[in-house]
Design a protein around this ligand. Structure first.
Ligand code: SAH
Ligand code: SF4
Ligand code: F3S
Length: 489
């Protein structure tokens, strides 16, 4: 079913017999053609060729990068972390302006490597490439780029790679949208024991600040059969933890027609995934508060394989700001939902995302957000400064908030977020938790680092043989966002 890489992680869907989708078979043929090309270049250079995949952005982009890397490895490239390589691909994010700036900075530096390596190819793909202005900028000021493609045709990477290896020109292939989902693409995951699994692509919500619906297109759900089949392949390959991925997982299946047997709810889907033999823990990212059903709460309550963590993005605690963000819930709706979750699922950690500085936001509006943070007692919160994305409705709103006011509000909010998170984390001290061991500790190699069901990290004495194992750890010390513990037999 698979071919192995240096870390003993298999490339899934590397062979024709494992691949049902016609388009994937076509791409495997391009992999063969590109492989011949790379082998020829190897002989010319007298060494193996190296490829580097650089990922910006969310779990969805990270999963896409695992597909890019699988194709590059099958074609014959060795993986490297260094951009001084023979093939470098930037998988971009454009959710905030600083993500754009980071990519362009890295891209500029990469051109220096190309000056010394005539065989080098530089590619750029992902969400930022779905914006015409970004592609225009690259065409004008980054002429050394060899290949540009977007989010909708990433499945064609093998074909585009082959074309690029045979051309001196800049190849650009961007699609406005797609209704296609290509199954069974080769994929090489980063970790042997855990994996993301896309359940849907795109977003229909059009929150007024957000670029994602424009760069990822409309919601398209994968069929439950395809999702379960992928989970079964992963489980057979040693995966114990799965994260179901989508921009709004609770609207899973809404795009299937009534009467279609594939039309099941997200709650039913997650329950099915936990039944896959070998899967011990299932997470999901991200649910939208407006669609969080009682059915889902009940399924989580009754199914201990579902992680004790819900990431529930608040964005703002002020009802009028939420209305202008097009979030479709009020401050009270959100608080009621959190109350319901805390009552029915007392052992679940709740984390959130918050934006500060949305157009028109006043100090009093931020007070509302702070009030929600205190009342919800979030276990953690990611706080972002509003970033104006051209093409989104909010970019044209008047009364954009001055930077110094945003900064002041941001600092005020952050202080409260840190206080509530610290308080919440204290409750874990003394508890015994199931921990999936992920790696050797970065700073002390006598310690192992694992992830608790609530998604926080715990460090404890142990050996490398524990990596990928689910072990019981007693939490001894709380350090805010991480813990120390001891393995119990
Ligand atoms: N689909 C997910 C999140 C996608 S983007 C959801 O609905 O929650 C991840 C986070 O980035 C968002 O939750 C939001 O807090 C933040 N974000 C999105 N657009 C932003 C913008 N223009 N400026 C600042 N933060 C933004
Ligand atoms: Fe963006 Fe809103 Fe869709 Fe999340 S739900 S991706 S914030 S538009
Ligand atoms: Fe960024 Fe695209 Fe994800 S814009 S957050 S990488 S969907």
């Amino acid at each position: 079913m698979s071919s192995e890489n240096a870390n003993n992680i298999s490339i899934l869907n590397a062979n024709r017999q494992d691949v049902a989708d016609e388009e994937s078979v076509r791409q495997l043929e391009y992999i063969e053609k590109a492989k011949a090309q790379v082998s020829f270049m190897e002989k010319e250079l007298g060494r193996k060729l190296k490829a580097c995949v650089v990922t910006f952005g969310c779990q969805m982009n990270a999963r896409d990068s695992e597909k890019l890397l699988a194709t590059l490895k099958l074609v014959g490239y060795e993986e490297t972390e260094s951009e001084d390589a023979d093939f470098v691909i930037y998988n971009t994010c454009t959710v905030r302006d600083n993500a754009d700036q980071r990519v362009l900075g890295r891209l500029g530096q990469c051109s220096n490597f190309k000056k010394n390596n005539p065989y080098m190819k530089i590619a750029i793909c992902g969400c930022m490439m779905q914006e015409k202005s970004a592609v225009d900028k690259i065409k004008k000021s980054y002429r050394f780029v060899d290949l540009i493609f977007g989010t909708h045709n990433i499945y064609k990477f093998a074909e585009l790679l082959y074309q690029s290896l045979n051309s001196d020109k800049m190849i650009i292939d961007i699609w406005k949208e797609t209704d296609k989902i290509v199954e069974d693409l080769p994929v090489l995951r980063k970790y042997s024991f855990k994996s993301g699994v896309n359940i849907m692509f795109g977003c229909n919500n059009f929150c007024t600040y957000c670029i994602v619906p424009y760069v990822r297109g409309r919601e398209r759900s994968r069929s439950p059969k395809d999702i379960i089949r992928e989970c079964e392949k992963l489980a057979k390959d040693g995966v114990k933890e799965i994260m179901l991925l989508g921009q709004n997982v609770n609207s899973y299946g809404n795009d299937f027609e009534d009467g279609n047997p594939d039309k099941i709810s997200f709650a039913q889907l997650i329950d099915e995934v936990t039944k896959v033999e070998g899967i011990e823990r299932v997470r999901f990212m991200t649910p939208h508060p407006k669609d969080f059903s009682d059915e889902l709460i009940d399924v989580i309550a009754n199914n201990k394989k579902i992680a004790r963590h819900i990431h529930l993005p608040l964005q703002s605690g002020n009802t009028e700001i939420l209305r202008r963000m097009n979030r479709k819930y009020t401050k009270d709706d959100f608080l009621n939902l959190v109350n319901k979750i805390r009552t029915k699922l007392p052992d679940v950690a709740i984390t959130t995302d918050i934006i500060v500085g949305f157009p028109g936001e006043t100090k009093e509006d931020v007070d509302d957000t702070i009030d929600v943070v205190k009342k919800s007692a979030f276990d953690n919160a990611f706080t972002f400064i509003y970033s104006k994305r051209s093409g989104t409705p909010a970019a044209t709103f008047e009364d954009q908030v001055p930077e110094n006011v945003v900064k002041e509000n941001f600092d005020r909010l952050l202080k409260v977020v840190q206080e509530t998170a610290k308080e919440q984390s204290l409750k874990y001290e003394g508890q015994v938790q199931e921990v999936l061991v992920e790696s050797v500790n970065d700073h002390d190699d006598s310690l192992m680092t694992g992830r608790m069901s609530n998604n926080t990290l715990v460090h404890f004495p142990g050996g490398v043989d524990l990596i990928g194992e689910m072990v019981k750890v007693k939490i001894t010390e709380c350090h805010g966002f991480y813990f120390f513990g001891e393995k119990v037999e």
